[in-house]
Design a protein around this ligand. Structure first.
Ligand code: DOR
Ligand code: ZN
Length: 456
């Protein structure tokens, strides 16, 4: 049942520095053989998947996903969110704690593990809160969360403003060997900003969310990392200054890591002025989209472009691409943030922040990072597999013999168009419907079972 022979693909496993044509044999949910001996060792009658023209790699890991369960199941559920993950080629996700109740106690962690075991199509790992109820006032029981199985702590969606409290959080995290993930946002600078503070926020009359509001907290976290020795990870970087700070911290040898999301390294704040302005002002930055007659149109103030942190300037977007290319940004993830249609269908100021991302992440990463010549396929795949696995201590992200058979098969060149009708998510708040994309997931295999198989 969960045995499979994949033949004729390009097998890329950055964890083992493997890249070449070959077969892959899965037996009883585990990787049994890679390379020439795979076909020889396959038992008679084992199910076969033709992977010619495709990359076969360790299952992708998305360490930044909002599954919304418990509490916000009108937006998404463990079942629908992980179905979308499987379509996007992800075999593992890490869910964020801004649920209701907040994931700040062992019992909520247990509830998610239990529901995921019954309803999820991919592996679900849990991030616990740093502070009780994400209120930023007192620490959650970090030891109890660790014992319950969380792989990291974060107040994502919120940011601990009290530096002393963050220092204590890092001290506990270090004791329990948990990475601290931070959504970097200084509230006194950002206040009620809704768009990147710059030309477009001024032209459109939107309240500004300045880039320094992120970089200040990145700098704070780096200093506290140095003081405590904790592993610190900056979430969804959006600004050039943040990238420069992380680059410098790494140069000094600090255990600081960072992630970036496709919407931040693909789009800019010009998108808020509508598609005409976006393509005119900035379309050249979107790889392979120049002069395409078939691009979708959207109006100014489209709330599908409202995210936190916000889409920033072309210079910021280019700095993210540069940071991804030179290794400053270690990890690719989505910040998949589903919301209900009626919540987004309001004036820009009132809409919640967030876009969905699970089903388009691989294609956008391939377009912006690989097809543009910035990263090789093994380098790109590493940021989706071995890098998050190492940071979070997951026994995943590799095709080593004996490892869980979590495998992603994708055609890096196949063109396709993402539509709201085809999404497996409950939510339809993606900015990328109608976009011509390049790079398609063909099969997602979790523990040797096919959880997604592309049609056609
Ligand atoms: O855009 C966002 N949406 N950013 C966050 O940090 C939180 C997220 C959400 O939960 O909707
Ligand atoms: Zn966040």
């Amino acid at each position: 049942m969960n045995s499979l022979l994949l033949t004729g693909g390009r097998v890329i496993d950055p964890a083992n520095h493997l890249d070449g044509p070959g077969d892959l044999l899965i037996l009883d949910g585990k990787i049994a053989a890679v390379g020439r001996e795979a076909a020889d060792r396959a038992p008679a009658g084992v199910e076969h998947l033709d992977a010619r023209g495709c990359v076969v790699c360790p299952g992708l890991i998305d360490m930044h996903v909002h599954l919304r369960e418990p509490g916000f199941t009108a937006k998404e559920t463990i079942a629908t969110g992980t179905a979308a993950a499987a379509r996007g080629g992800f075999t593992s996700v890490v869910c964020m704690p801004n649920t209701a109740p907040v994931i700040d106690s062992a019992s909520t962690v247990a509830l998610i593990h239990e529901r995921a075991a019954r309803q999820a199509s991919v592996n679900v790992f849990v991030a616990g809160a740093i502070t009780r109820n994400l209120a930023g006032e007192e620490l959650a029981g970090i030891g109890a969360l660790k014992r319950a199985g969380v792989v990291a702590i974060t107040d994502d969606g919120h940011c601990v403003q009290n530096n002393e409290l963050m220092r204590r959080a890092m001290e506990y995290a270090r004791m329990f060997d948990l990475p601290v993930l931070d959504h970097c946002q200084d509230y006194s600078l950002v206040t009620d900003g809704v768009a990147h503070e710059g030309y477009w926020s001024t032209a459109l009359g939107l309240r500004g969310w300045p880039a320094a509001g992120e970089a200040l907290m990145v700098a704070r976290d780096i200093l506290l990392c140095e003081a405590t020795g904790a592993r610190v990870h900056c979430q969804h970087l959006s600004s050039a200054d943040s990238v420069a700070l992380v680059r410098e911290a790494k140069r000094r040898g600090l255990p600081v890591t960072a992630e970036a999301c496709p919407h931040h390294f693909t789009l800019t704040d010009a998108a808020l002025a509508g598609s005409d302005k976006f393509w005119a002002e900035d379309g050249r930055g979107v790889c392979g989209m120049e002069g395409r007659p078939d691009l979708p149109a959207w109006p100014a103030y489209d709330t599908h472009f409202k995210v936190n942190p916000p889409l920033r300037s072309a210079a910021d977007r280019d700095a993210l691409l540069e940071g991804l290319a030179d290794g400053t940004i270690d990890i690719l993830c989505t910040d998949h943030a589903p919301h209900c249609g009626f919540e987004k269908d309001v004036e820009f100021d009132y809409a919640p922040f967030g876009v969905t991302g699970l089903e388009t992440a691989l294609a956008l990463a391939l377009m912006q990072l690989h097809h543009s010549g910035r990263l090789s396929l093994p380098e790109l795949i590493a940021k989706f597999t071995v890098a998050p696995a190492r940071l979070l201590g997951l026994n995943k992200g590799t095709l080593s013999v004996g490892a869980d058979a979590d495998v992603t098969v994708f055609d890096p060149d196949r063109s396709w168009v993402f539509t709201r009708e085809a999404t497996a998510s409950k939510a339809v708040n993606s900015p990328f419907y109608g976009w011509p994309l390049r790079g398609r997931v063909v099969a997602t295999i979790v523990g040797g079972r096919k959880t997604h198989l592309a049609s056609g």
